[in-house]
Design a protein around this ligand. Structure first.
Ligand code: SF4
Ligand code: SF4
Length: 322
């Protein structure tokens, strides 16, 4: 027998005890379209608790008040699903390649050039859950992707999908960091992945050196208040003159600390049409960005993550970035 996995299904006093084999979960993840998957037991993330609390106490979350809410659920996502036993984490590569340098100012982060990934990744997660139910019977669970108080990168690391780089991103040793992360939290037991990928940043500091605003204030610590991604998307109050001067040509998000990461050097382009950049955005004359009407904004960006910034903020960002 090649795979040493556990599987038993005992009906005992009406308790259905299932331990889902890793191979079965990996197969479901692959069929649903994911590029990698890890599994683990739900437990409080006590290692990450201090890090999160200190980051919040120092106000590094800026205007993102929601980050300070539900801290207990962030630390213990078992609270999100009744009877939660396990977490299944998945990665979906979205790397669309590198944009032609001269024609892409103002710039949009790569993940936002295609259809909003939230519904796509969630749909894939529920497809995966259905596949597991077909094979293993009743499983209750919920799918998450950037949509609930789950410390996704910490769970991806814990379940063997990579390590957290000095830029705060989850880095997979083959795919790099241009990946979407999703999770299923379920009430069944799973065979946990035993892989533990150590931190492979080593002495590299390229991301810290390249960040134009000094937002990576220490390895693994990003001060959102200085981060272009926060300034162009999340900050709801008007940018100060100083903040306007920090955008460095970006109008939605920022990829600089990922572009310089050597682990992204071998990233392969996604072949999933749904998450590839939409042609009408890639071909948009950038000079028009700052003169969009609200209707044009809705037509061009309505199905993309860019919508999150809102019309007025996006256009202001573009004006500063031209
Ligand atoms: S996203 Fe941009 S601004 Fe934010 S930490 Fe990375 S390089 Fe710095
Ligand atoms: S650029 Fe270097 S230090 Fe930063 S995340 Fe990548 S490997 Fe780690």
């Amino acid at each position: 027998m090649i795979f040493n996995f556990i599987y038993f299904n005992i009906i005992n006093q009406n308790i259905n005890v299932i331990v889902i084999p890793l191979l079965s979960i990996q197969s479901a993840a692959h069929k649903a379209g994911f590029d990698a998957c890890g599994t683990g037991k739900i437990q409080p993330l006590s290692d990450d608790e201090n890090h999160l609390k200190q980051w919040l106490e120092e106000g590094m979350h800026g205007d993102m008040a929601y980050m300070g809410r539900n801290v207990n659920k962030r630390i213990d996502p078992g609270m999100l699903v009744p009877g939660a036993q396990s977490i299944i984490t998945v990665l979906l590569n979205y790397f669309p390649g590198n944009p032609p340098a001269a024609t892409h100012r103002p710039r949009i982060a790569r993940y936002a050039l295609g259809v909003d990934y939230h519904s796509i990744v969630k749909g894939m997660l529920y497809k995966m859950l259905d596949l597991l139910r077909k094979e293993h019977g009743t499983i209750n669970g919920r799918a998450f992707t950037d949509s609930a108080p789950v410390l996704e990168r910490a769970w991806a690391r814990r379940t063997g999908l990579g390590w957290i780089g000095k830029n705060g991103m989850l880095i997979h040793p083959q795919m790099g960091s241009f990946t979407f992360i999703g999770e299923l939290i379920i009430d069944a037991k799973v065979e946990a992945t035993k892989v533990n990928i150590p931190d492979r940043c080593g002495t590299c500091t390229r991301c810290m050196d390249a960040c134009p605003t000094g937002a990576i204030v220490a390895p693994h610590v990003v001060d959102a208040r200085k981060c272009i991604s926060y300034l162009t998307i999340e900050k709801k109050t008007p940018l100060s003159e100083k903040e306007k001067g920090m955008l460095n040509g970006w109008c939605f998000g920022c990829d600089i600390c990922q572009e310089v990461c050597p682990w992204n050097g071998k990233a392969r382009e996604t072949d999933m049409p749904d998450i590839r950049p939409m042609g009408h955005i890639a071909n948009l004359d950038v000079k028009n960005y700052a003169h969009l009407t609200e209707r044009e904004f809705e037509t061009i960006f309505g199905k993309t993550p860019v919508k999150r910034a809102g019309f007025a903020k996006f256009v202001e960002n573009c004006k500063e970035s031209l």
